[in-house]
Design a binder for this molecule. Structure first.
Ligand code: GLN
Length: 488
């Protein structure tokens, strides 16, 4: 059987045991087979990928090391700009736009020997929780094609979960990496705000946005974070630090760690099967030597409202640049104002328009204090609440998503219900803290459930230690299940 994880693939390519071209062809073959049913990719860059693979193979042949991700196929969320490759953010307003430069993360991937095979589907401009807000049709969940993959990075999650690629990048403003990772049964990580450069990430909510990894294993996610992370002078919010050092600590265990289970995210609104899996995760931590207790973060109850003020306010400003002049498509009209109106009316989908209107309203004179300023106060209070809890806890644990994957169309007519699905992921974005979703079993119907680990600022190494413990336990459960012929 051929190597499956990124670490295994890179080892085989670096040693000359497998060619990068063979690995890339295998990934492109899997995409040919699975993508028509899932719609995970908006753009497939087969020719470019093969050309890069040949250069990686040439490096190996010349005795050079192509890097830690040598020959590893990767999928990029289509809000990461790629030189010469169309980047649409799943919006008609940018359809066909070809960026003139590569995002910093894209440059770092290439320098590490990774090979991009294409751009993945998302909710338009990353606004959504199901990938149904894409202008180019929804992505489907590989575990059940009648269900959503989560969002907004649903294409990246589905691409990894279906085995089309071992790695993908997403962006996480309010949960868009962790929530689809949870719904698709893969690992998804948002690191501390500022640890990964946002240069070349099309901005949604700039004070919240972070790029991060999707992978099938915790170790692969750790390696990918190390490759993309670290200071970038091109992003003024980039921390002046090297990438988080996580891989070296994966086997350190959780003995002696103090872990809090967030009580506000274990009751009302959380599906019983999800809460049960998180409690099982807490038991695993306790059995591995951690002290586990319930903790309270009262301001979590206000964080969803605060997020939908801050994120929409920033979005209304960020999206003003799509005016028919500077980027993408233009709808011609008699004068400039009509042209801009027609371009934006036709170019943006309903949810994007809703966000722009909400954000503009929240920032407008007379409402600014009531909405935007209040939301910022909630954000400050939430940080203070987290700080208090992290004063005597190393990590926190809660669900990633209140429910497993729902059916396509189930929430599209009710934006508020859709927003509520972000309740567990949003706090880490508002606080700027690291958080990860780790697959931790399934519901009765076999749909994946993720457990979410949260850490304080720059707590990545500790968070990954706990992630590795959960992963190990989940693997043992699957192995025991298959020994019992699938019986629970
Ligand atoms: N679902 C959230 C939103 O719609 C989060 C999206 C994201 O993280 N990009 O804003």
């Amino acid at each position: 059987m051929s190597a499956r994880t990124a670490i295994e693939i890179a080892a085989a390519v670096r040693s000359g045991e497998r060619s990068a071209l063979e690995v890339v062809d295998e990934s492109l073959g899997a995409i040919d087979t699975a993508n028509p049913g899932l719609n995970a990719f908006l753009v497939i860059t087969a020719d470019e990928a093969r050309a890069v693979a040949e250069s990686v193979d040439a490096q190996v042949a010349a005795g050079e090391d192509p890097g830690p991700l040598a020959g590893v196929p990767i999928a990029l969320k289509d809000n990461l700009v790629t030189r010469g490759v169309a980047t649409s953010c799943a919006s008609r307003i940018l359809a066909g736009w070809v960026p003139p430069y590569d995002a910093t993360v894209v440059q770092r991937l290439r320098a590490a020997g990774a090979i991009s095979v294409g751009k993945t589907n998302l909710d338009e401009f990353a606004m959504g929780s199901s990938t149904e807000n894409s202008a180019f049709g929804p992505t489907r969940n590989p575990h059940d094609p009648e269900r959503v993959p989560g969002g907004s990075s649903g294409g990246s999650a589905a691409a990894v979960a279906s085995g089309m690629v071992p790695l993908a990048l997403g962006s996480d403003t309010g949960g868009s990496i962790r929530q689809p990772a949870s719904l698709c049964g893969v690992v998804g990580v948002k690191s501390t705000y500022g640890t990964v450069s946002r240069l070349g990430l099309v901005a949604y909510g700039s004070s919240l946005d972070q790029i991060g990894p999707f992978a099938t294993t915790v170790a692969d996610a750790a390696l990918l974070l190390e490759v993309i992370g670290g200071h970038d002078p091109g992003d003024s919010t980039s921390l002046n630090l090297p990438a988080p050092d996580v891989s070296a600590h994966l086997d350190d265990g959780v003995d002696g760690l103090r872990i809090g289970v967030i009580s506000e995210l274990m009751g009302e609104g959380i599906a019983p099967e999800v809460a049960a899996r998180v409690r099982a995760a807490a038991e695993v931590m306790a059995a591995a030597g951690a002290t586990v207790e319930e903790v309270s973060i009262p301001s979590i109850s206000a964080s969803l409202s605060a997020y939908y003020m801050v994120a929409t306010a920033e979005a209304s400003s960020n999206l003003s640049r799509y005016d028919g002049v500077r980027y993408g498509n233009r709808v011609e009209a008699a004068n400039v104002t009509d042209m801009m109106t027609a371009t934006r009316t036709q170019g943006f989908g309903d949810e994007v328009k809703r966000r722009i209107m909400l954000g503009t309203y929240a920032l407008s004179a007379g409402y600014y204090d009531a909405f935007y300023a209040t939301a910022q106060k909630v954000r400050t209070k939430l940080r203070a609440d987290f700080d208090a809890v992290y004063g005597n806890h190393d990590l926190l644990l809660c669900p990633t998503s209140p429910t497993p994957a729902w059916r396509l169309g189930e929430k599209t007519d009710d934006p508020l219900t859709m927003y509520l699905s972000d309740i567990c992921t949003i706090p880490a974005n508002l606080a700027g803290h690291p958080a990860a979703s780790i697959p931790f079993g399934t519901d009765g119907a076999g749909l994946p459930i993720g457990a979410q680990l949260l850490g304080p600022t720059l707590g990545e190494a500790t968070m990954f230690r706990a992630a590795a413990v959960l992963e190990h336990s989940a693997r043992e459960d699957v192995a025991n299940d298959s020994h019992n012929g699938g019986r629970k």
